[in-house]
Design a protein around this ligand. Structure first.
Ligand SMILES: N[C@@H](CCC(=O)N[C@@H](CS)C(=O)NCC(=O)O)C(=O)O
Length: 197
C-alpha cells in the first residue's frame, strides 16, 4: 500500500502522522508550506492534512485517522465493530473534532492566530467558558492512569490528545488531564511524528 501524507508542521496534520507512526506502516510525507502561502494540491480547499492511498485521496484528519486505524486491525488501535468498546471508541473519535476542538480553535484564533486587530475578546470569553466546562467533564473521565478506552491506547486518544495539547495552560486546573497529555506526548510514536521533515 502506498501512503502519501500532505503535511504541514504545527497543524492538524500531526494527527494522521502520529497515527501512521503508531501503526508503524511506511508512508511518504509530501510537505505543504501552508504558512508560506502554498496550498495543498490534493485538498479541494487547499487545506492540510490530506492523504493519498494508492492514488485515492481523502481529506479530514478525523476521517483519515478513523479509516487508517480500521485498515490495520492487527495494530490494535481501533476496537472491532463487534467489540463492546467500539461505541465508546466512536464517541471519543467524534468528541475530539466535534465537541472539544471548536472552542479550542476559537481561543487559538482569537488569542494567537489572527492579527491583533481582528481578534474579538468576547469570542475568547465565550469559548473559554465552553472549553472549560468540557475540560472539567473530561478530567472526570481521565482520573485513572489510562486512556479513553481504559487501559489501552487507541486512535481516539490521538483525536482528543492532539487537541488538548493546543492549549496547555487551560489544563492547569486539571492535573488528570495534564498527566494524560504527558502520557500521550511521551510516546515514541508522538516524538517521531514531531520530527522535522
Ligand atoms: N476539519 C479539517 C480542518 C482542516 C484545516 O482547517 N486545516 C488547517 C490547518 S490545521 C488549514 O489548512 N488551514 C488553512 C486553510 O484551510 O486555508 C481537518 O481536521 O482536517
Amino acid at each position: 500500500m502506498e501512503i502519501e501524507l500532505y503535511y504541514t508542521p504545527q497543524t492538524r496534520s500531526l494527527r494522521p502522522r502520529w497515527l501512521l507512526e503508531e501503526l508503524d506502516v511506511p508512508y511518504t510525507i509530501r510537505p505543504v508550506d501552508l504558512f508560506g502561502g502554498e496550498r495543498n494540491p490534493i485538498h479541494p480547499l487547499g487545506s492540510v492534512p490530506a492523504i493519498r492511498i494508492d492514488g485515492e485521496s481523502m481529506f479530514e484528519s478525523g476521517a483519515m485517522c478513523h479509516w487508517l486505524a480500521d485498515r490495520f486491525p492487527e495494530k490494535g488501535l481501533a476496537p472491532a465493530i463487534e467489540d463492546v468498546l467500539r461505541h465508546a471508541y466512536e464517541q471519543w473519535m467524534f468528541f475530539g473534532p466535534a465537541t472539544l476542538e471548536p472552542p479550542a480553535f476559537e481561543i487559538l484564533m482569537h488569542t494567537r492566530i489572527l492579527p491583533e486587530k481582528r481578534r474579538v475578546r468576547e469570542i475568547v470569553g465565550f469559548a473559554e467558558k465552553s472549553y472549560g466546562r468540557i475540560l472539567r467533564y473530561l478530567a472526570t473521565e481521565l482520573e485513572h492512569d489510562g486512556y479513553l478506552l481504559g487501559t489501552s491506547f487507541s486512535c481516539a486518544d490521538i483525536m482528543v490528545g492532539s487537541t488538548l495539547d493546543w492549549l496547555p495552560e487551560m489544563l492547569e486546573p486539571h492535573p488528570a488531564l495534564q498527566a494524560y497529555v504527558q502520557r500521550l506526548t511521551s510516546r515514541d510514536a508522538y516524538a517521531r511524528a514531531k520530527q522535522p521533515v
